[in-house]
Design a protein around this ligand. Structure first.
Ligand SMILES: Nc1ncnc2c1ncn2[C@@H]1O[C@H](COP(=O)(O)OP(=O)(O)OP(=O)(O)O)[C@@H](O)[C@H]1O
Length: 364
């Protein structure tokens, strides 16, 4: 098994971390103190043996990552892999067992109750799958609720709430109650409520998993749009690979409480860290994720001067269209400089799962 990748490719935003998580553990079970994880030898037992011998579950095992400013960081994994526990630990809705955790350099584990409240209200707001809306309040009042708790005046909070309701596309529905809305609309109210507090980070816990596929897609587009417009840092939990690939700048793939790979969608699909990840991404249409930066080869004899130009982040699908239209190689151009070319052989190799010129994309 390879060491998990750290996801070193360029992502939007800067490199300064918002959240820094280091060596984090969460152990559940009545005997968790007695088993002394992570210090004891129990820490290295596989999940089933640990449960058998101690009755404990290590839901999060020695997890380390940063969430960078302005990125969408996706935590993905099958049911029971530890996603929710991990993200709840980040604002101490669940107390971690061991490890360190900071937000903007401030130690979250050292925060007192008042500081924690401030963290959850102003700095890292959570959007849940079950929207937690107040049934007897109108849409507008539900959105204003968080501001009410913060002590914002009625006039100001209603103005802010109206702005957020419009932002998530619910204009005209302000006076309805949650029961008079569809699931997707209710999720939009939940989103508007979280946005109203203007948090530095939005944490989404499988927000769309109860929605039907079309509405789900619509909500994903909504999140992508909001992210694009505002550049807000987001942490997004999902068990759906398509959702993860669509939304994530980087993805942490979890299995049995551990991160088995952390990387960009292209790194996860193009260079799976082990057989588990390879199996996970087997059915992903590679040409929609792999970029021409990985598929290009050096230009030879005059190729750098002719042919359609593509940005390095263009996908192989886009390149196939360009190459098919012009009947020759396309150039990969960054700020006026030709980095290389993609031709039909290189593009077909990606589709076929053969190694790309940069060594990625070894066949599954
Ligand atoms: N309060 C708890 N007490 C005991 N075990 C727990 C508790 N909460 C979670 N677990 C266990 O920890 C592991 C990780 O659970 P978690 O809910 O974090 O996974 P998940 O990946 O979010 O799953 P899902 O996608 O189903 O929500 C599971 O084995 C779960 O049974």
């Amino acid at each position: 098994m390879n060491a998990p990748s750290t996801g070193t490719a360029a992502v939007p935003g800067t490199d300064s971390p918002v959240f820094a998580v280091d060596g984090l553990w969460k152990v559940f079970g009545p005997r968790r103190k007695a088993v002394r994880i992570p210090e004891s030898e129990y820490a290295s037992l596989p999940a089933a043996e640990l449960r058998e011998q101690t009755g404990c579950t290590a839901a999060v095992r020695d997890v380390t990552f940063d969430v960078r400013k302005g990125e969408v960081f996706v935590v993905m994994g099958l049911s029971g892999s530890g996603k929710s526990t991990l993200v709840r630990c980040m604002t101490r809705l669940i107390e971690p067992t061991a490890g360190s955790l900071s937000i903007d350099g401030e130690d979250v584990l050292a925060m007192d109750a008042a500081r924690l409240r401030e963290l959850r209200r102003h700095r890292a707001a959570m959007v849940f799958q079950h929207f937690g809306l107040l049934p007897h309040r109108t849409v507008l009042d539900n959105v204003a609720y968080g501001l009410e708790i913060q002590g914002v005046s009625r006039i100001d909070r209603r103005a802010k709430a109206a702005e957020m309701v419009a932002k998530v596309g619910l204009e005209g529905l302000e006076e309805r109650r949650p029961g008079q809305l569809s699931g997707g609309q209710q999720q939009r109210v939940g989103l508007a409520r979280a946005l109203a507090a203007d948090p530095e980070v939005l944490l989404f816990d499988e927000p769309f998993s109860a929605l039907d596929p079309l509405i789900r897609r619509e909500m994903q587009d909504e999140v992508a749009r909001l992210h694009h417009e505002e550049g807000r840092t987001m942490v997004f939990i999902t068990h759906d690979l398509t959702e993860a690939l669509r939304l994530g700048d980087r993805i942490a793939l979890m299995r049995d409480g551990k991160i088995v790979q952390l990387g960009t969608p292209e790194e996860i699909v193009g260079s799976p860290a082990d057989d588990y990840v390879r199996d996970f991404v087997r059915d992903v249409p590679r040409e929609q994720v792999i970029t021409v930066r990985s598929a290009m080869r050096p230009a030879v004899a005059g190729e750098a001067e002719h042919g359609p130009a593509l940005a390095p982040a263009a996908t192989v699908v886009e390149a196939i269209e360009a190459v098919a239209r012009c009947g020759g190689p396309a150039r990969v151009v960054d700020r006026g400089r030709c980095l290389g070319v993609v031709d039909d052989a290189g593009l077909l190799a990606v589709v076929a799962g053969l190694p790309t010129p940069d060594g990625r994309g070894v066949a599954a």
